[in-house]
Design a protein around this ligand. Structure first.
Ligand code: 0L1
Ligand code: MG
Length: 262
């Protein structure tokens, strides 16, 4: 690792403070160009420790930048991974206060809930489907703490991959009863469709993103616990939102999920 434990804790405290105060900042690699991938995930893990010390619970994980649309939007080629705490969760159709966020964007996702512990290396689509309980439509609200969403991959990993809020649909469907590659996706803003896609937009199969997450956790000596929520990554580009907007995602065979911004 290139950074000291004190530097990692200082960066985590800084990014956490930015999140709490809805304040943006420059990317952490501006001050620490030597930062390694290990350092970036260590900063993220320390943000998790700060949240846990404040009473939050980790309830799942997210894969980000898993679709061609997102990779193109952000100018990157590799997925990234973050954690989901209960502090980020919002009920379906509930209001999300824009004033609590910096510059939120929303992306449509397919969410998994696991039934069994999943461990890597060697996790693949089949193991994910076998160990998954249900899938449902999900909306992720991303809110990079970096000014104008300008970052490199290590900076965004340190910032828990821009995680801010997420919403899950109420209709939970057996993950093996649908072909997640071909399910149709309609993404709507203020009752108008703004993007269309199919599940295969995420790495050919959304379960492939979960498998990559599990193998990533395996490299870090961790497993994905049973009962975890996993967001498999934005299927289309993320859309900016402002007060007064309603975002809805409809996924074929899974119903819908929505969020109101106030
Ligand atoms: O969940 C995501 O796809 C976002 C990953 C981080 C990059 C971004 O803020 O768009
Ligand atoms: Mg996402």
């Amino acid at each position: 690792m290139a950074l000291s434990q004190a530097q990692i804790e200082q960066l985590a405290a800084h990014l956490h403070a930015c999140q709490i105060a809805n304040r943006d900042t420059h990317k952490v690699t501006d001050d620490h160009p030597e930062m390694s991938w290990e350092d970036a995930y260590a900063v993220q893990e320390h943000i998790q420790a700060i949240q846990l010390a404040g009473g939050a619970r980790v309830i799942g994980y997210k894969a980000g930048l898993t679709s061609h649309a997102k990779m193109k939007q952000m100018g990157v080629t590799d997925p990234v991974f973050g954690f989901l705490s209960d502090a980020y969760r919002v009920d379906d159709a509930a209001a999300i206060r824009i004033a609590d966020l910096i510059h939120p964007k929303v992306e449509p996702e397919i969410a998994f809930v696991t039934r069994e512990t999943l461990s890597g290396p060697g996790c693949h689509i089949g193991s994910v489907l076998a160990a998954s309980d249900v899938v449902m439509p999900g909306l992720e609200v991303i809110d990079s703490r970096y000014r104008d969403f300008k970052f490199d991959l290590k900076s965004v990993v340190a910032d828990n991959t821009s995680a801010a809020r997420f919403v899950l649909g109420k209709q939970a469907v057996d993950a093996r009863k649908l072909d997640l590659r071909t399910v149709g996706v309609v993404f709507e803003k203020n009752d108008a469709p703004i993007a269309f896609a199919a599940g295969a937009a995420v790495l050919g199969h959304p379960a492939a993103a979960v498998a990559l997450l599990v193998n990533h956790l395996g490299r870090r000596g961790q497993s994905l616990p049973a009962g975890s929520i996993v967001l498999s990554g934005g299927i289309t580009e993320a859309v900016p939102v402002a007060a007064g907007d309603t975002i809805r995602l409809r996924v074929q065979g899974m119903g819908e999920v929505s969020a109101r911004f106030v």
